[in-house]
Ligand binder design. Structure first.
Ligand SMILES: [Zn+2]
Length: 688
């Protein structure tokens, strides 16, 4: 599971002036003061803002650790093509066409048309395809079809991913795909009452219905065993004879050209692993990439979980299932990191109290874990991200996803420290808080406590939230029992654990926050975000699709409705603008506790109807009049709603064929980095 960043006002403005003192004694452990020596803010285009992050601590690593980091870095980038193809079957052909134009077009590169093409190209790179990285809806170029065609015709034929002969045909298909908004409009379609498999335009399924998918995987199940994540690493296809078969993503299978390279670099990494546990985990990952067996994926995850003493770590695989409307297929992603020893202390304190949090949780006694095992948590410094984790990145990650592995072997939770730090720097310059906060008190509290509140929320969400609770006996995993509502309810559950405890004196007593004012700052932020600010990511006429957005509105709106009689949360009109304000923080906490219990019960019992009812009632529909107003206000602020990162570059220093050192470089040109990646890591053909 991952936490994505919305606006999160909680990390706003806190470095302006002296307000960022987070209660003296905490400040050195909580890393609340973003450093500003490094150039974080980069170019902006469309609705996107590029940022950069610094890899502090890299130079402290030993030469052997740096060598390991380099191999894991290469293994990460070698999988980059996969996410393009997973998202949509024509993505690689389109991206390669764009790259060819960049490298081979001889005409004018200063015209308005070229600028429009340039923006489109960057949007495709940012989204790993032609569908928006967040809304999953297709976007189209602002230049004309004719212009695009001219670019292709005037590009060196040898550069194009298809022969120029007969290109008419291929390009006609691509042209329709690129320019006609009605063709394959949406890669994740979670609308109710439709076939969510057949009507999603991703590349996970070909010619099958949801019913057929479910039947196929039900047959594979051996009821006597812990269930692996069936179907996680394959495309499911109905072949010419009408037979359904899996095309597994493995060495020798689908995507083998990229996976062989990943394995090549992982095998080099094994040779320089820091600890026996890390070596064991990497070997098991390689085995899984070779067999493609989902049982081997579980075995790997158990080993990865036990690797807690290494300084370096990597997430690498087909992992998150958000791009599949029915939550089965894993998107390729990789995050390579080193542990931030100092910043990890706060999160370790929280992790140590996991049992206390479970015992004191408002969920029903029968849904509590007797012993919360193996929670490990740390703050990491990201070295590189790839696949579904880039350029748009999570700020927190909690893995593995398979519930039985988590229950029996625990999970690892990480907060992406240097990424959050860069967000803080960018947010400090943002006018969003001032526009949407009801009064100065709220703004002041955000300035004083917002950074810490945001960090604590992330820690609690990942370390305690996702690890909490258990299923009743015989209940299937949520992805099966709760289907398309599973992700939203899981994120809501984890958020509610964080919200419930961030107003608990316990956190003050533990020394991780100075006072309950931090909790109030988080409540202000969460409610503003869930009811108003996150709407800035939609377009007029839209409702909520994405799991985290649905969850935030579900939580905020439920609390608003249930607390209405006592005026716990108030919607206020001022000068024609809508604001939201919290009137009673203690009552709001009780409401969060109630909803947590309700959602945990739904998850524990696998109660599909109740889950659906909750999400559809509170988490989906958006008041279009409010949306219109919010979009107007936001437009005037001229802020890009989405942010993503240019990746650092690792450069090995060679002596003969031996790596003696590795240097980190910080590229400043997003387009140039994408072209370099296309050239060095473009392993897959246009059709897979
Ligand atoms: Zn989460």
């Amino acid at each position: 599971m991952k936490i994505k960043k919305l606006f999160v006002m909680s990390i706003t403005l806190s470095l302006l002036g002296s307000a960022c003192k987070q209660g003296g004694s905490q400040s050195n452990e909580t890393k609340v003061q973003p450093k500003e020596s490094f150039e974080v803010i980069n170019e902006r285009f469309a609705d996107l803002q590029m940022l950069r992050y610094e890899v502090e601590g890299f130079n402290e690593l030993t030469p052997k650790q740096k060598e390991l980091a380099y191999y894991l870095y290469e293994a990460a980038l070698c999988g980059r093509d996969i996410i393009y193809d997973q998202k949509y079957k024509h993505n690689l052909a389109i991206r390669k066409t764009i790259t060819a134009i960049y490298n081979g077009y001889k005409g004018d590169r200063k015209s308005e048309d070229w600028k429009k093409f340039d923006t489109y190209a960057k949007r495709v790179w940012f989204s790993n395809g032609i569908h928006h990285h967040y809304s999953n809806l297709k976007f189209v170029p602002e230049c004309s079809r004719e212009y695009f065609k001219t670019l292709v015709m005037e590009t060196d034929a040898a550069q194009l991913p298809y022969p120029k002969e007969g290109m008419g045909n291929i390009f006609e298909v691509l042209e329709e795909v690129i320019f006609n908004p009605a063709v394959d409009p949406k890669i994740v379609n979670q609308a109710e009452g439709i076939d969510n498999v057949a009507q999603s335009n991703n590349n996970f399924y070909v010619g099958v219905t949801k019913k057929e998918v479910d039947a196929y995987y039900d047959k594979l199940k051996d009821p006597g065993e812990n269930q692996p994540e069936w179907g996680l690493n394959s495309q499911l296809v109905k072949n010419a004879n009408g037979k359904i078969e899996e095309r597994v993503w493995k060495v020798g299978g689908m995507y083998t050209q990229a996976i062989e390279k990943i394995v090549f670099w992982l095998e080099k990494a094994i040779a320089v692993a820091e600890t026996p546990e890390q070596k064991d985990a990497l070997e098991k990952l390689v085995k899984y990439y070779k067999t493609g067996d989902v049982h081997d994926w579980d075995t790997y995850n158990i080993a990865w979980n036990q690797d807690v003493n290494s300084r370096l770590d990597a997430v690498n695989g087909f992992i998150e299932v958000y791009l599949d409307a029915i939550g089965r297929k894993g998107s390729f992603e990789s995050v390579v990191s080193l542990k931030d020893m100092e910043a990890s202390k706060r999160i370790e304190k929280i992790s140590k109290e996991a049992q206390w949090f479970e015992d004191n949780s408002p969920i029903l006694p029968q849904h509590k874990k007797d012993t919360v095992t193996g929670i490990s948590a740390k703050v990491i410094t990201v070295i590189v991200e790839s696949g579904d984790a880039a350029p748009s990145t999570p700020i927190g990650i909690n893995l593995p996803n398979n519930r039985w592995v988590r229950q029996e072997h625990g999970s690892k939770s990480v907060s992406l420290g240097n990424i959050v730090n860069s967000y803080n720097i960018a947010a400090a310059k943002s006018p969003v808080l001032k526009e949407f906060a009801y009064n100065d008190e709220i703004i002041k509290r955000q300035k004083e406590h917002g950074v810490l509140a945001g960090e604590l929320h992330t820690d609690m969400h990942e370390v305690i939230g996702h690890a909490s609770g258990k299923l009743e006996k015989g209940v299937a995993v949520p992805s099966v029992s709760l289907e398309q509502y599973a992700s939203t309810l899981e994120e809501a559950r984890a958020d509610l654990v964080a919200l419930y405890y961030i107003m608990d004196q316990k956190l003050v007593d533990m020394g991780v926050m100075p006072s309950l004012e931090v909790g109030k700052a988080e409540y202000d932020n969460y409610i503003m975000n869930g009811l108003i600010i996150q709407l800035t990511r939609l377009q007029l006429g839209e409702h909520l699709e994405e799991a985290h957005m649905r969850n935030r509105q579900l939580v905020a709106k439920w609390a608003y409705e249930k607390g209405k009689a006592e005026n716990v949360i108030e919607m206020v009109k001022k000068d024609g603008k809508t604001y939201v304000k919290v009137n009673d923080y203690d009552k709001l906490r009780k409401l969060f506790g109630q909803l947590l219990q309700e959602i945990q019960t739904i998850v524990s019992k696998g109660d599909f109807e109740a889950g659906k009812n909750l999400v559809e009632t509170y988490g989906v529909k958006v008041d279009q009049a409010l949306l219109g107003e919010v979009l107007d206000r936001f437009k005037k602020l001229d802020v890009a709603p989405y942010k993503g990162f240019i990746q650092p570059k690792l450069v090995p220093v060679m002596e003969g064929d031996k790596i003696t050192d590795v240097k980190v470089e910080y590229p400043t040109d997003f387009g140039a980095q994408m072209l370099e990646y296309d050239k060095n890591y473009g392993f897959l053909p246009v059709k897979n």
